[in-house]
Design a protein around this ligand. Sequence first.
Ligand SMILES: C[S@@+](CC[C@H](N)C(=O)[O-])C[C@H]1O[C@@H](n2cnc3c(N)ncnc32)[C@H](O)[C@@H]1O
Length: 254
Amino acid sequence: MKVFDHYARYYDLLYRDKDYRGEADFIIEQVRAHAPGARSILELGCGTGIHAQLIAEAGYAVHGIDFSEAMLASAQARRAGLAPELQGRLDFSQGDVRAFRSGRTYDVVISLFHVFSYQTRNADLQAAFATAAEHLAPGGVLVFDYWYGPAVLAQRPETRVKRLSDGDLSVLRIAESSLDDMASTVDVNYETTVSVGETREVIRETHRMRYLFIPEIELLAAQFGFEPVVHQAWMEQGKPSSASWGAFSVLRKR
Ligand SMILES: C[S@@+](CC[C@H](N)C(=O)[O-])C[C@H]1O[C@@H](n2cnc3c(N)ncnc32)[C@H](O)[C@@H]1O
């Protein structure tokens, strides 16, 4: 079972305070600015499908893919609860960001909430770029966010504790991290205690994250036929800095 299959059970609870609405609007703004007239979007690593739904509500046709069966099941359940017209613009299927091929192109490829940082080896990152390139015609754009290297090195990951509850479900999550600066990765070791009524389960899992630097993004972009359009702090207007853990890039297919 993949680490995200456990995760899916309490993912939406863990991130219920995440500003998905604001993020979807931010992405739509980027799409309107850099791919005006775009209609179709491929989302790599769609998770439980919240961004996809919100972006589809703005009129786009969104195809989300994810390799976690449990995350996808949650996305499919979300889709099933929507109006038929919206369901018609929303599609989810299983696929690995590094290998997925739909056999068609989209106007835009997006990948949100650090999915590219989950591609930790050079070969994984190259494969993710190849997937994006394969699904875009010339002029199409790739928008993705990631952990921004200079900020991760300046701030260093800290131990974090998150406590949440919803009805009889409660989640306590402790995250302890170790950084490998030779590999540009951080192992985030989560110990999550999930309690449902009197039943308690402790789940331990490690999420390995790669932090990225602009020059390596530009190197990958050049290798896969993209030109850089924007490198920016996530959900902000300025360029990324040592204060912005999250950054995003917009790349255009040549
Ligand atoms: C932090 S979650 C983000 C999910 C969603 N984008 C969101 O914003 O809620 C990372 C997601 O990436 C997916 N993922 C990571 N690596 C992947 C890969 N190689 N292929 C497909 N999905 C992947 C995981 O299954 C998980 O759903």
